[in-house]
Design a binder for this molecule. Structure first.
Ligand code: C2E
Ligand code: MG
Ligand code: MG
Length: 554
């Protein structure tokens, strides 16, 4: 990677050489050169020699032993008639090398007053005048203007980081073939700072974040303020461990920067997305952004690494929604003693054009990753509501809705709209709650559920005993009307006492609470009989019916 500093030097080098060649017609000199001073040494960036090659580009001179240093220490133009005679220069090794010459040097001061370096000229045949010094000073200010222009074109004023536009330009050209990783960072709850404390406080926070990033960064990382409170870091590696280390350093530096505003309601945290593989910088950034967005949606503060499979899944599920590849199958929940159908569970089916039937769990996962889960859940609800009208009107439809969607009040409003639009009586919809993909937190979904409860919607606790359900503890907090015992518990009920004990416990609790129990995944007559003996009255499973498309039932 060619660091930004070098890129800038390249431009200054070319421009100053051109200026020198023009300058030659007004200042009589054999040599012009420009040196950059970094506080420790002077580096000759550009040289223009007329006849004799007195100075070579790229030479690095120790700070105290060069003519440039004289200009640096004076911070003013200096003319030396004969370097072998002047007490300032005659002892310098460079004077011994060069021999007798006249010297003129002027400082380059940047707009902010910072000392950037020097412009000098050398000639053996005659000495320089005050007028020469003025002209050279003028050239120095042109160079300073150029550097300033560069700064403002490529760098963000507030943070000093690369601008969004500059990052694209630099990276796509310079890093095209080298390994890299992109880290996309977004400050959580930053809007609260700007709204609540004003923009100057907001700016202070952003500066502090930039400071943290700068402290954590290696010199060869590209640092970019991508926009607002978004920052992008490009690393010259795609080794997972190294990238992980970089992220750790960034997070640690962020924590050490003490950016927390004491009375800020929501804490300032970082959502970070990482991409290790893409075809262009743009794609790297998009992917890292996508990964970052997963963190935002999952409750902010954290790190996520983009995986290509996820992107394919995302494209696929979007396509599935648009192209009608999704459908619902319905499986009856029956009264065990009579076989009478009490209700139906709607189960998602995805008919993928290449892969065939994709499991609903995978479809749901892809939809969650793609940020499309609300759309999929709404689609399922709508189809289920429409099906309810076709199926026997007295039957309830069970619908699986993800916790993620239920956390979103907007989703619940849309769900209520779906009920209205389809004309499905809300008391004919039972929402199955499960922890298969996300923790079922009463705190976050209860306020939304209340709304639906008022409408008459009921709730099941799904997958009890599957291991992924914290289940019964939630009964105290959630208004559940049905407990569904997972197939995992049923499968070994005949040979595991523990399973039977758990089933009995669930049945007993349900009867105490006056709610229903459904035993899921009943495949054989033996299982049916065993579950009846354990007190289960409602069942669902292949023994009664496999899930079928609506046409197969109605
Ligand atoms: P679930 O809600 O516990 O659904 C019951 C699963 O058990 C269904 O699998 C069903 O086909 C299967 N099943 C029913 N009886 C038997 C049986 O006798 N033997 C066996 N081996 N399996 C049986 P499916 O349809 O593959 O769905 C799996 C899970 O995916 C569901 O578990 C549910 O958590 C989720 N899911 C399905 N459809 C949707 C949906 O529309 N939305 C959401 N959010 N999740 C869904
Ligand atoms: Mg279910
Ligand atoms: Mg279940």
């Amino acid at each position: 990677m060619k660091p930004l500093k070098e890129q800038r030097e390249e431009l200054i080098r070319v421009t100053s050489r051109t200026l020198f060649s023009l300058l030659h017609s007004v200042i009589e000199a054999n040599t012009f050169f420009m040196a950059h001073n970094n506080g420790k040494q002077n580096t000759i960036l550009s040289v223009w020699n007329s006849e004799e090659k007195m100075v070579v580009e790229g030479t690095v001179l120790p700070y105290s032993l060069s003519y440039c240093s004289l200009v640096g220490s004076l911070q003013a133009p200096i003319i030396i008639e004969d370097t072998t005679q002047s007490p300032l220069t005659k002892e310098m090794p460079i004077t011994q090398d060069l021999g007798r010459t006249s010297f003129l040097g002027v400082p380059i001061h940047l707009k902010n007053g910072e000392f950037y370096g020097t412009i000098c000229s050398l000639d053996r045949t005659h000495s320089f005048t005050k007028q020469d010094a003025e002209r050279l000073t003028h050239v120095a200010s042109v160079i300073a203007d150029l550097i300033h222009l560069e700064e403002t074109t490529y760098f963000d004023d507030l943070t000093g980081f690369l601008r969004h536009s500059a990052l694209e330009a630099f990276c796509e050209r310079e890093l095209a073939d080298s390994p890299k990783a992109v880290i996309f960072m977004d400050l959580d709850n930053f809007k609260g700072v700007n709204d609540g404390y004003g923009h100057s406080t907001g700016d202070r926070v952003l500066k502090a974040l930039a400071n943290a990033i700068r402290k954590a960064a290696d010199p060869d990382w590209l640092l970019c303020r991508y926009g607002g409170d978004e920052f992008v870091v490009v690393l010259p590696t795609n080794e997972v461990q190294q990238v992980q280390l970089a992220v750790d350093r960034l997070v640690t530096a962020f924590h050490n920067e003490a950016m927390v505003l004491a009375d800020q309601e929501d804490p300032l945290t970082l959502s970070i997305g990482v991409c290790l593989e893409a075809d262009s910088l743009r794609e790297y950034i998009e992917r890292a952004d996508t990964a970052m967005y997963q963190i935002k949606k999952g409750g902010k503060a954290g790190v996520s690494i983009f995986r290509v499979e996820d992107q394919q899944a995302e494209l696929d599920i979007r396509h599935a929604l648009q192209q009608g590849e999704l459908s619902l199958h319905f499986q009856p929940i029956v009264e065990a003693s009579t076989g009478r159908v009490l209700s139906y569970e709607a189960l998602l089916r995805w008919n993928h054009p290449q892969r065939g039937t994709v499991s609903p769990m995978e479809a749901i996962h892809a939809a969650e990753e793609a940020g499309l889960i609300e759309q999929v859940d709404l689609w399922v609800l709508r189809e289920a509501c429409l099906a309810q009208r076709v199926l026997q009107p007295q039957n309830r439809i069970h619908v699986n809705i993800t916790v993620k969607s239920l956390r979103d009040p907007y989703f619940v409003e849309r769900a209520a709209e779906v009920l209205l639009e389809t004309g499905c009586p809300p008391d004919k919809i039972e929402i199955e709650l499960s922890e298969t993909t996300q923790k079922l937190d009463a705190l976050h979904i209860l306020p939304q559920l209340q709304k639906l409860i008022e409408w008459g919607v009921t709730f099941s606790l799904d997958d009890l005993g599957s291991g992924s359900s914290s289940g019964v503890a939630l009964l105290q907090e959630l208004p559940i009307t049905t407990l569904k015992i997972d197939r995992a518990l049923i499968q070994h009920a005949h040979d595991k006492r523990m399973n039977r004990a758990m089933i009995r416990g669930i049945v007993e609790m349900a009867s105490e609470l006056e709610i229903s129990v459904v035993a899921e995944g009943i495949e054989t007559r033996e299982q049916q009989e065993l579950l009846v003996s354990l007190g289960c009255r409602q069942m669902q499973g292949y023994y009664f019916s496999k899930p079928k498309p609506l046409a197969g039932i109605a």
